[in-house]
Write a protein that binds this ligand. Structure first.
Ligand SMILES: N[C@@H](CCC[C@H](N)C(=O)O)C(=O)O
Length: 285
């Protein structure tokens, strides 16, 4: 069984993108783990599956899997790659499309300069939406991590995020602190963890320890979560440049409105993989 795919990246957050409109695709969590393995498979942070939609006024359905095989609700860098993929492959000739995800509809638009701007929807803050265990709906929550209290903000961009403001992101112990917050008992569905350094009111530096995938070079929903958090805390202006290890994004937001994310989406190569070569059972339907 052969599978056509495209390797893409948005700020170095990398993806295996699969056309599930013209191919019948059914992958087990184990197959996704093997495909995602950087030594024995293709290697990626997330696998993105493009599917037809049967909903009115929706062009496509967008499914996202972390490289551990878990299906998740949203991926921002992936959304830009999704739009570039469906246009370049001729699956759509529209420059703006409506895409349904597990948690709402997003609207990516191809810009003339090659970037993609995505309307990522309205962020949610209530603890139940995240989900986050808390009696109070606060902008800053104290979180006990190994007996130390850390101030975090929680937000859902469809997927769950915790954001900590730090003074120097480069010296923040992301590899050790990230997993402790990711798997904290107060986040029953786990959480993506952002560490944000405010450079000035128009610019932040950001590192994100992603749920299941570990620290990635950039996280689109993490950038949205960080900027919205900074604006709510009165630290940032409505449009902010986000500097990550993989490059830069622009995030814009006003209270009560949808978050807009603009940045690049790049095709690395097209490929075909024989799933039999992964050495495990694969079921195609
Ligand atoms: N890289 C993504 C987010 C991917 C999903 C995330 N790891 C989760 O588990 O929610 C992005 O660019 O937003």
């Amino acid at each position: 069984m052969k599978l056509q795919f495209t390797k893409m990246q948005g700020l170095g957050n990398d993806f295996m993108v699969i056309d599930g409109v013209n191919q019948q695709v059914k992958l087990s969590a184990n197959s996704i783990r093997q495909l995602g393995d950087r030594h024995f498979g293709i290697g990626f942070d997330q696998l993105l599956l493009v599917e037809a939609s049967n909903l009115p006024n929706i062009d496509f359905s967008y499914r996202i899997f972390n490289n551990d095989g878990s299906e998740v609700e949203q991926c921002g860098n992936g959304a830009r790659c999704f739009a570039r993929f469906v246009f370049d492959k001729g699956l759509s000739h529209k420059r703006e499309i409506a895409v349904s995800t597990a948690r709402g509809v997003i609207y990516p638009r191809l810009e003339d300069n090659g970037n993609v701007t995505v309307n990522m929807g309205i962020p949610q803050f209530s603890p139940a939406e995240i989900p986050f265990i808390s009696d109070a709906d606060l902008i800053i929550h104290p979180l006990d991590v190994d007996g130390q209290s850390i101030d975090i903000s929680v937000i859902s961009m469809g997927n769950p995020h915790a954001v900590q403001v730090v003074s120097d992101v480069d010296s923040t112990p992301v590899a050790s602190l990230g997993p402790k917050i990711e798997t904290h008992v107060r986040f029953p569905a786990k959480v993506n963890v952002g560490f944000m350094q405010i450079v000035n009111r128009d610019q932040i530096k950001l590192r994100v320890f992603e749920r299941a995938a570990g620290e990635t070079l950039a996280c689109g929903t993490g950038a949205c979560a960080a900027v919205v958090t900074g604006i709510r805390r009165g630290l940032l202006n409505p449009s902010v440049r986000v500097i990550t290890h993989g490059g830069e994004l622009t995030i814009s937001w006003r209270a009560g409105e949808a978050v807009l994310m603009s940045g690049p989406a790049v095709t690395v190569f097209n490929g075909e993989i024989s799933l039999g070569n992964l050495g495990e059972q694969y079921a195609a339907q």
